[in-house]
Design a protein around this ligand. Structure first.
Ligand SMILES: Cc1ncc(COP(=O)(O)O)c(C=O)c1O
Length: 352
């Protein structure tokens, strides 16, 4: 645990994202010891091990190590669609909000939003799919986020995941699972990554979020799909050399940091409960909607000034909408830190 976990009143607490964690000494040790080779030549044994391990975990034929979750999503979109196609996503999708319009630039696709709030059902999918006609875009892919980030780390009920992906398949769509925080979904629901990914054609996991690695995601799918993604990764300049140093951090994270995600989920709830107990009239949290490590705090004030005031009080959070703040727990904050964070955020709304 880093020094940022200590909740003394002077020390900053960073809840902007679970990506802010620093590699632990043991993870750094594993990175330093990694056996490496030139991965563009396919000669890095540590990368191979990571790709094979994640592919097995997700029940897919092959894996591909990529620098980021965004690249993994884009490779999936490029691999499953043709220019002019439409991709169905839930409201607040990462690919729509945070990937700089890459779907339009790289794959030439547009997005259709299914349902409200991030998760959606079979009826909403049916409504979002365009019927075949020469003047409509071809709806060719469904991309699902589990957990769903902007929805506040919501976990898809596995029956709903299966129903929606099965309907997609029946209607001729490919399906991609954006599992940036899939391990959070697994720990929260008591299901395995393989179970959650089973009905998808491709699935990705991030190592750099709750698992605490400094960088890296793995995209998985059939041999044919990954062969395509491999070419596209090179096209985007994502061929990396002695990258086993980074893959070693991912392997370490998979081994040591999965089960402990339950601590992050518990701390997210404690944070939310403490916030509500502080009774600031300016904020509210739907505690019952906290499935994992993300807490959406709704305000009756503009979020940006509250974020700025919180920073002065030593709490880093982000504004995710005009009147909404997002806080994310992770392995560098403990229970004492989240209790103190709740006190600081309440004070930042002007309520001591
Ligand atoms: C659901 C989801 N997908 C993809 C990503 C992208 O990951 P990266 O920041 O590694 O590009 C994120 C990042 O937070 C995410 O929340």
């Amino acid at each position: 645990m880093s020094s940022s976990s200590k909740a003394t009143s002077a020390e900053p607490i960073d809840l902007r994202s679970d990506t802010v964690t620093k590699p632990s000494p043991a993870m750094r040790e594993a990175m330093a010891r990694a056996e490496v080779g030139d991965d563009v030549y396919g000669e890095d044994p540590t990368v191979r091990r990571l790709e094979e391990q994640v592919a097995a975990l997700l029940g897919k034929e092959r894996g591909l190590f990529v620098p980021s979750g965004s690249m993994a999503n884009q490779l999936a979109i490029m691999g499953h669609t043709r220019p002019g196609d439409e991709v169905v996503v839930g409201e607040g999708s990462h690919s729509v909000w945070y990937e700089v319009g890459a779907g339009a630039v790289l794959a030439g696709v547009q997005f259709a939003i299914a349902g409200k709030g991030g998760l959606f059902d079979v009826d909403a999918l049916d409504e979002a799919i365009k019927p075949p006609a020469f003047y409509y875009p071809r709806t060719s892919l469904i991309a699902i986020e589990d957990t769903h980030n902007r929805a506040g780390g919501r976990v898809w009920p596995i029956t709903q995941l299966r129903a929606v992906t099965e309907r997609a398949r029946a209607r001729g769509l490919a399906s991609h699972l954006d599992g940036a925080r899939l391990f959070n979904a697994c720990v929260a629901s008591g299901t395995s990554p393989g179970e959650r990914a089973a009905s998808f054609d491709s699935a990705t996991v991030c190592l750099s979020k709750g698992l605490g690695a400094p960088v890296g995601s793995v995209l998985t799918g059939s041999v044919e799909f990954i062969t395509r993604a491999h070419r596209h990764r090179k096209m985007l300049g994502g061929g990396m050399r002695q990258v086993g140093i980074l893959a070693a951090a991912g392997l370490y994270a998979l081994e040591h940091n999965q089960a402990r995600l339950a601590d992050d989920h518990r701390n997210a709830r404690i944070f939310a409960e403490e916030l509500m107990a502080a009774r600031s009239p300016h904020l509210s949290v739907n505690v019952a909607a906290i499935d994992t490590n993300i807490v959406n705090v709704d305000l009756d004030l503009d979020a940006e000034p509250v974020v700025a005031r919180a920073r002065e009080l030593g709490l880093f959070v982000g504004a995710s909408a005009q009147k909404r703040i997002r806080a994310v727990t992770h392995l560098d904050v403990d229970e004492a830190a989240v209790r103190e964070a709740a006190r600081r955020l309440s004070a930042a709304t002007g309520h001591a």
